[in-house]
Design a protein around this ligand. Structure first.
Ligand code: ZN
Length: 94
């Protein structure tokens, strides 16, 4: 059986609770508060690592969240390019 998929759309959105939570986790780490753990935080680890790598914690949270959301979509597009079934991937951002 073969499945033919013509398009996969990867999207982010403003005021994302997941992005905001990852921002808070990294901010708390810098303030020597608790270390993240638990299944949801493990699932969010790639996004938490992205927040660390972007160095946006010093920015106001709304500004940082916008950057993180856009960069997260770009990261997901890059991940899609690694799929064996991948044909073509594009980032169309604002
Ligand atoms: Zn969200």
């Amino acid at each position: 059986m073969h499945v033919v998929i013509f398009s996969v759309v990867l999207v982010g959105h403003s005021n994302c609770g997941g992005v905001g939570h990852c921002y808070d986790v990294v901010k708390d780490e810098q303030q020597a508060k608790s270390q993240p753990n638990g299944p949801i935080l493990r699932w969010l680890t790639p996004l938490i690592n992205l927040v660390r790598d972007l160095g946006v914690i010093s920015l106001p949270k709304p500004e940082a969240m916008s950057i993180i959301a856009n960069e997260n979509v770009k990261m997901q597009v890059c991940q899609a390019t690694l799929l064996e079934v991948h044909v073509e991937a594009h980032y169309v951002g604002c």
